[in-house]
Each structure stands twice: as C-alpha cells, then as structure tokens.
Design a binder for this molecule. Sequence first.
Ligand SMILES: Nc1ncnc2c1ncn2[C@@H]1O[C@H](COP(=O)(O)OP(=O)(O)O)[C@@H](O)[C@H]1O
Ligand SMILES: O=c1ccn([C@@H]2O[C@H](COP(=O)(O)OP(=O)(O)O)[C@@H](O)[C@H]2O)c(=O)[nH]1
Ligand SMILES: [Mg+2]
Length: 258
Amino acid sequence: MWRRVTSLSSLISSKRSSTLNQMGIEDLSAFPDVTGNSIGQNVVAREVGKDGRFFKGKTPFITFVLGGPGSGKGTQCEKIVENFGFTHLSAGDLLRREIISNTEYGAKILDTIKEGKIVPSEVTVKLIRKEMESSDNYKFLIDGFPRSEENRIAFERITEADPDIVLFFDCPEEVMVKRVLNRNQGRVDDNIDTIRKRLKIFESLNLPVVNYYSKRGKLYTINAVGTADEIFEQVRPVFAAHEDHVEFEWVQEAWMRF
Ligand SMILES: Nc1ncnc2c1ncn2[C@@H]1O[C@H](COP(=O)(O)OP(=O)(O)O)[C@@H](O)[C@H]1O
Ligand SMILES: O=c1ccn([C@@H]2O[C@H](COP(=O)(O)OP(=O)(O)O)[C@@H](O)[C@H]2O)c(=O)[nH]1
Ligand SMILES: [Mg+2]
C-alpha cells in the first residue's frame, strides 16, 4: 500500500538525528512532521502490484541520475527529455520550489542547502512521489536523488519502487568546481565554501549509493568530461536500448487493462 508510512516518530529519535547530523544529514527534528497535512495532503493511497512497481495502474520506468555538483546531470536530463520523452524531476528544484513557496519548513530547507547538507529523506521522497503521482507520464528521470543510502532506503520504503536504471556522471572535482562557479543561476550553494562541503558529502554519502547500484548491475557510468553533446552521445544508447522494452511493457499493460 502507498500509505505505509504514517509517522515520522521512528525517525525522530535523538540518537538517530545526531548520527544523521554527523553524516551531513540535517536534524530531522528541525522539520515539522511532513506526513501531516502539508506535503502528504493530496496524496491518495493506491494499491501497488505484488512486485511493488505498479503506479496508477502503470509500471513506471524510473531512472536515477547521479553525479557530483556540476557534473552535468540537469543538462543531460534536458536532452533525455527532448529525445526520449521522460519527465524530469530534479530533487534540488523541488526543494528550491518549497523554499520559494514559503512553506513552513522552507526556511529549514534553505539552511540545509546553504550548508550543502542533505534534507531529511521524508521531505524529498514525498515531494518526488507527489510529482510522480500527478504526472500522466510513466517515464521519470529523478535527478540528484538519492544522495545517500538513507535517501535510497527511504525511497524504496515509501514508494515501494526501485529504479530500472541508474546513470552516474563521473566527473573530476576540478571540472565540477569550475562548472558550478560559472553556473550563474543565483543559487545560494554555488560558492566555493559550499561546493567544498558538497563535494565531501558527495564522496562520503553519494558514492556508496553508486556502488550499491553498480553491484546490482543497474549502473551506467558516463564520462562527464567533454561538450554536452559529446556526453549525450554516451547517454543516448542507454535509453535507446531500453526504449523498445519500456514501450512494449506499457502497451502490454494498457492492453491487459482494456
Ligand atoms: N559538458 C559540459 N561542458 C561545459 N559546461 C557544462 C557541461 N554540462 C553542463 N555544463 C554547465 O555546467 C553547469 C552545471 O551543469 P548542471 O547541468 O547544472 O550540473 P548538475 O545538475 O550536475 O549540478 C551549468 O552551468 C551547465 O550549463
Ligand atoms: O535529494 C536531494 C537533492 C538535493 N538536496 C539539496 O539540494 C542541494 C542542491 O541539489 P541539486 O541536485 O539541485 O544540485 P546539483 O548537484 O544539481 O548542483 C544539495 O546540495 C542538497 O543540499 C537534498 O538535500 N536532497
Ligand atoms: Mg542539477
């Protein structure tokens, strides 16, 4: 069932919060209960199939897009959307939208992002899930998430879904730093101090997620150095190889429902 997580209490013990804090994950107790009437309010509980992958009666095709800050995740996602019809969900953009819309915990998200830390998983996963549920598409790029094993496990628990494939944009630190400093989007975290912190957190928390999917045979590592077009030529075959399979699965399901 979708409505499996009804309370944050198990995650808000002080012991757990302090461990998460040391790991670069913001103290959960600093955030209000997001399972209350804020993010969760419009989420309708839905049955999922036995394999946990059914979504509004469809099987979603989920791609996690991983890589350090400035590795080019967002840029490549735009190209994947144009060429393969995916819906792009940037976890960072969803969080920034919460800041702008001045929700009760927007200020906490802003502080966390400024520090280059990771927002509590419950917050991010529910934002992502809400977008997926309200979309008519079934092919999703989830960009910049999961950023930690804790994020990954929360996604599996809350959505009962797994990614079909995981892209990893492998980029040297000096290239990432240069790109972020030139990004020019007015982001509070695009400064050298925050970038250093983000790179450390990326190495300690995000690389274990990359390794996890590598061991499970889901990882596609892309060399993220070169022009955006050159990099996309490595990305294209990954999706081309899955395209027929994805379309077939979906048509088959639609036919069975009919
Ligand atoms: N291959 C590339 N070569 C040079 N600059 C790039 C390349 N890919 C992206 N950029 C630029 O680098 C910055 C970071 O890219 P972005 O896609 O936002 O990365 P991420 O989402 O991984 O942080 C942006 O200003 C973008 O225009
Ligand atoms: O799942 C996520 C995604 C992003 N963030 C926060 O949002 C910031 C910006 O993320 P984004 O993916 O936009 O940055 P990018 O890697 O694209 O530069 C991160 O440093 C984190 O503080 C987070 O806490 N959880
Ligand atoms: Mg990005």
